[in-house]
Design a protein around this ligand. Structure first.
Ligand SMILES: NC(=O)C1=CN([C@@H]2O[C@H](COP(=O)(O)OP(=O)(O)OC[C@H]3O[C@@H](n4cnc5c(N)ncnc54)[C@H](O)[C@@H]3O)[C@@H](O)[C@H]2O)[C@H](O)CC1
Ligand SMILES: [K+]
Length: 236
């Protein structure tokens, strides 16, 4: 049986509700999202398998999740590197970047070069607000992730995939099949096309919210922020 999914529109409405009547702040939601991303990386690629992680961050909140994840990964013993070409002027992102700089985490400008000296990639380029054709400077990033043999963990969505319909039929992104995906709060419809190891991170949602948005809260174990579910959103 498959997990229920959240459309891009429903996911945006849910985020808004969490931050209004739910009384969460964006900082909190992003911290929880980034923390769960870092736990997936630790689960699928522990630091003794190679501790260099390249985190590709886009201009929105998906990129913010990547910045938070990088901070946690640094504290777990990884050596993260950040590619963040479209820095937001928003104070929250500036603080997240400063926290990384204070940990001596390097920021690099050339993604295709950086990919040659890493062990794992975190794709935090686009999440549920992605639409249309990939605009500059991100086509080279999607292409590099599409062509690499290195393991890739995508945050909320494989970047360049349509949130409802999955990978583009042809051209850029059509062959991008990351090995790992973490759906934040609840899986989006694109997970039907995802063939790798799939995790959900959303251990903060009340059962009333899950009921209202018609998704199930998976069974988290111990102190985990994440739970592995089957490919394509199937239960394991
Ligand atoms: N609990 C949660 O579920 C939380 C999820 N979070 C993460 O937030 C993203 C959604 O964030 P949002 O800021 O709405 O958008 P994105 O990051 O997906 O992208 C918007 C960003 O990208 C630009 N853009 C859109 N399309 C294109 C394009 N074709 N080419 C280039 N650039 C594009 C757009 O202009 C914006 O700048 C969600 O998926 C989660 O990862 C939050 O952290 C809160 C909690
Ligand atoms: K992504």
């Amino acid at each position: 049986m498959a997990f229920k999914t959240l459309s891009a529109k429903a996911a945006a409405a849910l985020d808004k509700e969490l931050m209004s009547t739910g009384a969460f702040s964006i900082d909190q939601l992003m911290e929880l999202a980034g923390l769960s991303v870092s736990q997936v990386v630790y689960r699928v690629h522990p630091p003794n398998k190679g501790n260099r992680v390249l985190v590709a961050c886009g201009p929105g909140n998906n990129g913010g999740d990547g910045l938070v994840a990088a901070r946690h990964l640094r504290h777990y013993g990884y050596m993260p590197t950040i590619y963040y070409p479209k820095r937001s002027k928003n104070e929250l992102y500036q603080r997240l970047a400063k926290q990384l700089e204070d940990l001596d985490v390097p920021f690099v400008d050339d993604f295709p070069t950086a990919i040659n000296s890493t062990d794992h990639i975190v794709d935090a380029v686009f999440g549920f607000s992605f639409s249309g054709e990939v605009r500059e400077p991100f086509p080279a990033v999607i292409r590099a992730m599409e062509e690499t043999k290195l393991p890739v963990t995508s945050v909320d969505a494989p970047s360049s995939w349509n949130i409802e319909t999955g990978p583009p039929e042809s051209g850029l992104g059509s062959k991008f099949h990351p090995g790992f995906l973490i759906s934040l709060t609840a899986p989006k419809p694109l997970v039907k096309h995802f063939k790798g190891r799939h995790f959900v991170g959303g251990r903060f949602v009340s059962s009333a919210i899950a009921k209202k948005y018609d998704f199930e809260i998976p069974e988290y174990k111990g102190i985990d922020q994440i739970v592995e579910v089957g490919s394509g959103g199937e239960r394991l």
